[in-house]
Design a binder for this molecule. Structure first.
Ligand code: FRU
Length: 324
């Protein structure tokens, strides 16, 4: 099939300098390769809201059949999403929410639930008495805000739990004040960080001060593989992580259903779950199986592509011979 006849999916990724985002992109590529009728183009906005708007503009100009957006900011992106919709291009929003309801579908896990799961885990381990540092990622984003809301809803019911807030740089590296705070509060029992990377960075700081066994670290994301949260739990760096699936393959499947004129739910919820030492092995085994299947599929796809190439050169050669 030539690319013209294919269902063209444009995916606007907000950043791709962390493994959560790169595994989301990868899952999308693998899922697309399973559907020969579909093609996928990914643009990365590199944390620049203006670039993300331009990327989506480009998808509109190129008349893609459907747009998937993982927004960096929830406000500045609204007009271009509405523009795509007004031109008849369906838009799927993944992960971070946008401040309009003028899109086709949203897909992601419930971040309030993520926060509640982390809160309940700390309550149950500490029996309601603990000093906790909450290191949040950007509170202007819906995951940032909701991970904090859900957590506070739970822990505020326990007066014995004291929460100290710390900021991290857009879900990335800890700000300098964070190191100071770990110093000034030696009686910290738990750190709840808004993703596994922040939790790991906090653990490294604590380790430098010989406090890594005194404090229990809880993160969010629960990716499988090296530097993923599941491995951190297995290595006893993190006490637990809360699974926050990327939605990569699910969003491609949803895009294809929409492109095929199916009616889909507006809100598509992905599941979340606590991963600690009790289930980390089971979880990573399950994810490993999926990865093996995926690489088998990629392998097969490569063989098919090579065959197709060989076949088309052979048939071109034949045509040439006949013409002669
Ligand atoms: C990756 C990330 C994840 C987090 C998500 C929230 O860029 O920070 O760790 O779950 O974005 O938008």
């Amino acid at each position: 099939e030539s690319d013209k006849e294919k269902i063209s999916i444009g995916f606007s990724q907000s950043v791709d300098d962390d493994i959560w985002r790169t595994s989301m992109n990868h899952a999308m590529e693998v899922e697309t390769s399973l559907h020969p009728e579909a093609s996928l183009t990914i643009y990365n906005a590199n944390r620049q809201p203006k670039k993300q708007i331009r990327d989506i503009e480009k998808f509109i100009e190129n008349k893609v059949d459907i747009i998937i957006v993982s927004p960096f900011e929830s406000d500045s992106i609204v007009p271009v999403i509405e523009k795509a919709k007004s031109k008849g291009i369906p838009v799927i929003v993944v992960d971070r929410k946008v401040n309009t309801s003028n899109y086709t579908a949203y897909l992601g896990a419930d971040n309030i639930e993520v926060g509640r799961i982390a809160g309940k885990h700390i309550v149950s381990l500490s029996k309601g008495h603990a000093n906790v540092i909450q290191i949040y990622g950007d509170l202007t984003t819906s995951p940032g805000l909701e991970r904090s809301l859900g957590f506070k809803q739970v822990v505020k019911q326990y007066p014995g739990i004291k929460v100290f807030d710390l900021d991290s740089d857009d879900f990335g590296h800890p700000k300098p004040n964070y190191v100071k705070l770990l110093d000034s509060l030696p009686n910290i029992d738990y750190v709840y960080a808004f993703n596994d990377l922040i939790a790991y960075n906090a653990w490294k700081i604590a380790k430098g001060k010989g406090l890594e066994n005194k404090i229990k670290f809880i993160g969010v994301d629960g990716l499988n593989g090296p530097f993923g949260g599941i491995q951190f739990v297995k290595d006893k760096i993190l006490e637990a992580t809360v699974l926050y699936p990327t939605g990569g393959s699910e969003s491609i499947r949803l895009a294809l259903r929409i492109a095929n004129q199916e009616i889909v739910p507006k809100n598509n919820k992905l599941n979340t779950i606590l991963i600690d030492s009790l289930n980390a092995d089971i979880m990573s085994n399950q994810f490993d199986k999926i990865t093996i299947q995926q690489s088998d599929i990629e392998q097969q796809q490569k063989i098919i592509n090579d065959q197709e190439k060989k076949y088309s050169t052979r048939s071109n050669l034949l045509k040439l011979l006949i013409a002669l």
